[in-house]
Design a binder for this molecule. Structure first.
Ligand SMILES: [Zn+2]
Length: 355
């Protein structure tokens, strides 16, 4: 945990620098990590990774990351707001914010980097001498993550899917950290908390954080390649509550806070779980017509969607069904599908974990 000299891992991160940032200083600092790459666009320059550090000195350090996938926008907007609005001297500790982690992907509105096709959330722990996306992963996992007591990785569904607004909670890595994750999910109180298997995505920031023994949380906030105002408001309130629970920021809406709150009373989060059988996957290519809405409760056997055949005018569409009872937690966004696309994911309700 944090000490008067900063997080315990800060010395381990000392070898990775961020231009314009002195991590021993207080106040607001805006800088950027430097990814080295040479092509027609970037030769003779660097690909920047914008980083903001807001610090009052001693206290916990929270690392907030968005723009890991460039077409996921709620987290990016929330971090830009925090960077502009939070008075660092009202903090107790430090916020490190990376609003556009895969900067080239953000500028392209793309899930992966247009420079090397790299998926940042499959690239950890990264490589200082590797391709650009691997360099970003190295910067975050070796230069920023060791400084943090808590990591929050903000995702959304992106262009290809829409999620129910949820904390995306990886089980594990041990009882103590799992208990902290459950408590954090209660504090953030997004509409849903979606429990997923440990190490679901090798190479993710969540896996890197779990491996480092640091409390690491991730979210899925809507998606569809756009921003939903209701989801954004709920996520804004949830993030403020989560930060307050860490002790780094005063509770939103109080006299000490500089962060507004949209809805002072939020319902408790609904616990759901991604399981084998959640995915409803098409075996046909064509036009996907959803037959359910996001957040709808369905039973195993219910029709979830159907796929119309573009070239076979006499053929009936193929219907796909839920395999489990649960909440429609994710729906595919683009209408055009090919065999193997997940049309939806149905997440069963699960009991709130006991601590
Ligand atoms: Zn993502």
């Amino acid at each position: 945990m944090a000490t008067a000299d900063g997080p315990a891992g800060a010395s381990a991160a000392a070898g990775v620098s961020v231009a314009g940032i002195d991590f021993s200083r207080t106040g607001r600092q805006l800088g950027y990590g430097q990814v080295v790459h040479s092509d027609n666009v970037y030769d003779g320059s660097v690909i920047p990774v914008p980083v903001a550090v807001l610090s009052s000195g001693a206290g916990p350090t929270v690392l907030l990351v968005a723009g890991t996938h460039g077409d996921e926008y709620e987290g990016q907007i929330l971090l830009h707001e925090l960077i502009r609005s939070v008075d660092p001297h009202r903090l107790t500790g430090t916020l490190i914010m990376v609003p556009s982690a895969n900067y080239a992907a953000v500028l392209a509105g793309s899930r992966v980097s247009p420079v090397d096709q790299g998926n940042l959330n499959r690239s950890y722990p990264g490589d200082a001498c590797g391709a650009p996306t691997g360099q970003v992963a190295h910067l975050i996992s070796r230069g920023l993550l060791p400084r943090a007591d808590v990591v929050v990785d903000l995702h959304s569904g992106g262009t290809n899917s829409i999620y129910v607004p949820s904390m995306f909670l990886y089980r594990g890595p041990d009882e103590a950290l799992w208990a902290q994750k459950v408590a954090a999910a209660r504090s953030m109180a997004l509409p849903y908390t979606m429990v997923v298997p440990p190490r679901l995505e090798p190479g993710s920031l969540s896996t890197a954080g779990d491996d480092a023994g640091i409390l690491t949380l991730s979210t899925e906030l809507g998606g569809g390649g756009t921003v939903d105002r209701g989801v954004l408001a709920r996520a804004r309130d949830g993030l403020a509550a989560l930060l307050a629970s860490t002790g780094v920021m005063p509770l939103a809406g109080t006299d000490e806070s500089c962060v507004p709150v949209s809805a002072p009373v939020r319902p408790e989060t609904v616990w759901i779980e991604l399981v084998d059988g959640s995915a409803v996957t098409t075996t046909a290519g064509g036009l996907f017509e959803p037959l359910v809405d996001l957040g709808q409760r369905v039973l195993a056997g219910d029709e979830v969607g159907r796929v119309h055949f573009v070239d076979e005018l006499e053929r009936q569409p193929k219907v796909f069904h839920a395999s489990v009872d649960g909440v429609v937690a994710i729906i595919r966004r683009p209408t055009l599908v090919r065999p193997g696309c997940h049309l939806a994911q149905v997440a069963p309700l699960c009991a709130e974990p006991e601590l």
